[in-house]
Design a protein around this ligand. Structure first.
Ligand code: NIG
Ligand code: FE
Length: 391
C-alpha cells in the first residue's frame, strides 16, 4: 500500500470533535496522511509523519468528500420542456415522472449505465465521493431489477423505489400494483439493493400502502427510507420514525408532531433537498426549526430529471444557508457527516483515522466560502478512497 501526505491545509474540517475545534473538529494548518484507501493520520502539518508521496494544498481548505444520500440517476430522456413550462407558471405535480418512465424503459442497459456514470462523474468534480441512487423509473419487476443491477455496478448505496408512482398499466388498480411491488418486484430487486423507499404523497402512495411496502422490504432484509411530506402534509415522516427508517427525505411540510417525532428519534435523519424547492419554485423546508428541535439534518441534491436536476452539493449548501436558516458550519456538516448518518455509515463523512480517504480541497481558505461564494466552482481537487479523481 502507498501512503500520501496532503499538507499545508489552511482549515481542515474533520467532523470529529476529538480531533479539533467545535462540532466540525476544525484543525488549522493541518495535514492528512492516507494509507491506501483509508485515512491513517490527521493533525498539525508541523507534526506530520513522512509518507511515500506528498501533495501541497497551498493553504487551501479541505473537507470530507460530500455524502449525497438521495438521488435518482437511473433514467433516460429529457424533461427540459417540463422545467421550462414550470418556470412559466405551471405547478409541479410529479406527473412528469411518467415521461421519464417511458424513456427509461426504452433505454438499453449500456445507455442507463453511461448516463449514471456521467452524473456520478459530474458530482465527483463537485466534491461528492459517495452517492446513493435509486430505481423508480422502470416500474416493472424486470425494469426495476435491471436499473438496480446497473446502479450496483457503480455505487454501493442502492435503493429500491418500485413505489415511486403507480405504474401506468395499474392506474385503475393501485392495490394490484402494491401487491406487485411487495411481491415479485421486491423478489427481483432485493438482491441488488440495501434500502427500500416509497414516495408517500397524495397521488403516489398513502400511509397504509407505504407501510405495507416498507414492511415487505424489511422482511427481505432492506432498510427503509421515505420520500415524506414533500408536496403536502401527510403521514410519511411519522411512519418513517415509527418504522425506524434511516431517513425521512424532503420534510418540506411538517406539523409540530412531525418535528417532535423526528426530534425523539435516534434512528431517523431528516434529509433536506433544496434543489427540489429551487427547481419547482416551492417554499424551502425550515432547517432552523428542525435543528433547534435537536433533529439530525442531512443535505442532499435529489438529483433527478424532474424536480431537481442538479448534482451540486455546494449549490445545496449555499441555498440551505441563504434560505433555510442554516449556518455555514451546519450546512457543511449536514452535507458530509449528515449524509453519512442518513446512510448509517461510520466510514465516510469524516476525516479521521480509519475512515475512507475521501477529501475535497477548496480554492478558498475556509469551508465557509461554500456559502459565501455561491455558484463558484471552489472544489479544485478530490480524492475518493485515496485516489485522486479530480484536479
Ligand atoms: O424526489 N418525489 C418524487 N420523486 C422525485 C421526483 C422525480 C421526478 O420528478 O422525476 C423527487 O423529487
Ligand atoms: Fe427523491
Amino acid at each position: 500500500m502507498t501512503s500520501t501526505l496532503v499538507t499545508n491545509i489552511r482549515t481542515l474540517v474533520t467532523n470529529d470533535p476529538s480531533l479539533g475545534e467545535g462540532p466540525l473538529g476544525l484543525v488549522e494548518d493541518a495535514a492528512v496522511v492516507f494509507d491506501g484507501d483509508r485515512v491513517a493520520w490527521v493533525g498539525l502539518a508541523a507534526d506530520a509523519p513522512a509518507a511515500d508521496s506528498a501533495y501541497d494544498a497551498e493553504g487551501r481548505a479541505a473537507i470530507p468528500g460530500f455524502v449525497d444520500s438521495h438521488s435518482h440517476l437511473l433514467f433516460a430522456g429529457d424533461r427540459t420542456a417540463e422545467f421550462n413550462a414550470r418556470m412559466s407558471g405551471r405547478p409541479y405535480t410529479a406527473g412528469g415522472i411518467r415521461t421519464t418512465v417511458a424513456a427509461t424503459r426504452e433505454a438499453s442497459d449500456e445507455e442507463l449505465g453511461r448516463n449514471l456514470e456521467r452524473h456520478l462523474a459530474e458530482a465527483r468534480r463537485q466534491g461528492t465521493t459517495t452517492m446513493e441512487t435509486k430505481s423508480g423509473y422502470g416500474l416493472t419487476p424486470d425494469q426495476e431489477a435491471r436499473a438496480l443491477r446497473v446502479a450496483a455496478a457503480h455505487t454501493d448505496e442502492v435503493t429500491y423505489l418500485g413505489a415511486h408512482i403507480v405504474a401506468p398499466e395499474y392506474a385503475d388498480d393501485p392495490a394490484a400494483y402494491v401487491d406487485l411491488v411487495t411481491g415479485p418486484m421486491l423478489e427481483a430487486c432485493a438482491p441488488y439493493a440495501r434500502w427500500v423507499d416509497v414516495f408517500c404523497e397524495k397521488g403516489a402512495f398513502d400511509g397504509d400502502q407505504a407501510r405495507a411496502i416498507l414492511t415487505a422490504g424489511v422482511a427481505k432484509g432492506l432498510t427503509p427510507r421515505v420520500h415524506a411530506n414533500q408536496l403536502s402534509f401527510g403521514p410519511g415522516v411519522q411512519l418513517a420514525v415509527e418504522l425506524g427508517a434511516a431517513s425521512a427525505d424532503h420534510c418540506t411540510h411538517l406539523s409540530d408532531a412531525d418535528v417532535d417525532a423526528l426530534s425523539q428519534s435516534a434512528d431517523t435523519v431528516a434529509t433536506l433537498l433544496p434543489g427540489c424547492e429551487f427547481s419547482t419554485r416551492a417554499v424551502y423546508p425550515d432547517a432552523r426549526r428542525l435543528l433547534d428541535a435537536g433533529v439530525t439534518v442531512a443535505l442532499s441534491t435529489d438529483c433527478n430529471p424532474g424536480s431537481s436536476f442538479t448534482s451540486s452539493v455546494p449549490f445545496c449548501v449555499a441555498i440551505a444557508v441563504r434560505e433555510m436558516g442554516m449556518t455555514p458550519d451546519e450546512a457543511v456538516w449536514s452535507a458530509t457527516a449528515g449524509g453519512a448518518r442518513a446512510l448509517r455509515r461510520g466510514d465516510i463523512g469524516r476525516v479521521a483515522p480509519g475512515a475512507y480517504a475521501d477529501l475535497a480541497l477548496l480554492d478558498a481558505p475556509s469551508h465557509v466560502h461554500l456559502a459565501y461564494r455561491p455558484g463558484v466552482p471552489l472544489v479544485t481537487r478530490v480524492w475518493q478512497r485515496g485516489t485522486p479523481v479530480q484536479g
